[in-house]
Design a protein around this ligand. Structure first.
Ligand code: COA
Ligand code: MG
Length: 293
């Protein structure tokens, strides 16, 4: 999973385009990109589209439902779970307890629809509330359904009363950098993918590429998109390069041929266990992208 493209759930045209975008995951949105009076219509459009067209896309399908405080989540699940989506994105998650509450709901819907228990995954957005940012460690062990954690800046800015999320140079301000960092840590603690948030300036491919490279450097392995044009840039940035794969393979081979010691020297540089673990993680990602040995 490298790219996750949001598609408003009430737009058949965009759903069509999203399914053929090359995104690893399509997130069919029933939340913020759908107006309050269009929620019911969006559920119907989204469910019908997934049911009739899902075999035409290689993407995994997640559906972003309305958050647990809205009173809309159950209606969303009732409409969507029969279509057996790969997962649910939970916005404004306050802690691992919210994921557990969603998981309990999913168990009921899975049983009602003859789906195996645990078939549907969960990706929570963990920094859209102040409480959420302060509870990013609570996802470890919360539910086996969780396949990744992601973060959001806009709702958090509204929650805390910040007028902007970035400073005049375009850099996220402290609270948002904290939220971003806590997502990487929360994901590592929960042993799931860290997924970077959206970049909303969808005409600016170079700035998107730079943000992807920063994210990949910092431990994110995927990024969300809001426009199909962003997908190729994200996929490329989060696919390990041939050079990186070759280096990781050399590290793994060096440890193996040395009899798996604690530390080895390669080209005048020390490599110990964290380097080996990093190399193995990169090779796992390369394999998931269909590359490497
Ligand atoms: N998924 C699928 N198709 C999309 C798309 C998306 N996220 N964003 C744009 N497209 C389609 C457009 O419908 C348009 O199709 P067309 O050529 O058949 O008319 C084409 O891509 C080009 O779009 P463009 O004109 O560049 O942008 P726009 O002004 O139509 O749309 C947005 C801009 C922001 C409204 C649109 O990108 C969008 O809806 N993004 C998703 C928003 C969302 O889900 N937000 C919630 C998460 S933050
Ligand atoms: Mg939002």
């Amino acid at each position: 999973m490298r790219s996750l493209l949001f598609v408003p759930g009430d737009s058949e045209k965009k759903l069509e385009r999203g399914f053929s975008s090359g995104a690893d995951v399509v997130i069919v949105d029933l939340e913020d990109s759908v107006s309050a009076d269009n929620k019911g219509h969006a559920r119907g459009v989204a469910a019908d589209f997934i049911a009739s067209r899902r075999n035409e896309t290689r993407a995994a399908i997640y559906v972003r439902v309305n958050d647990l405080s809205t009173g809309l989540t159950d209606d969303d699940l009732r409409a969507i779970v029969p279509m057996a989506p790969d997962g649910i994105m939970l916005p404004k998650s306050n802690s691992g307890a919210d994921v557990q509450q969603l998981s309990t709901k999913l168990r009921v819907h899975e049983a009602e629809n003859g789906l195996p228990d645990g078939a549907i995954g969960i990706i929570p957005i963990i920094t859209e509330t102040a409480t959420g940012v302060l509870a990013t460690g609570s996802y470890a062990g919360a539910s086996a359904r969780v396949s990744g954690l992601t973060w959001g800046a806009e709702d958090l800015s509204a929650a805390i009363g910040a007028r902007a999320t970035r400073d005049s140079s375009g850099r996220y301000t402290d609270v948002f950098r904290l939220a971003r960092a806590m997502t990487v840590l929360g994901a590592a603690a929960a042993d799931v993918a860290a997924i970077d948030t959206v970049f909303v300036n969808f005409r600016h491919a170079e700035a998107l590429r730079a943000e992807c490279l920063d994210a990949e450097r910092d431990g994110f392995t995927a990024k969300m998109a809001i426009h199909p044009d962003q997908v190729a840039v994200i996929n490329e940035a989060f696919t390990p390069s041939a050079e990186a794969i070759a280096h990781a393979e050399a590290v793994v081979v060096a440890f193996r041929t040395a009899g798996n010691p604690g530390v080895v020297g390669i080209d005048g540089q020390m490599y110990d266990r964290p380097h080996l673990r990093r190399a193995e993680r990169l090779l796992t990602r390369a394999k998931a992208a269909g590359l490497g040995g």
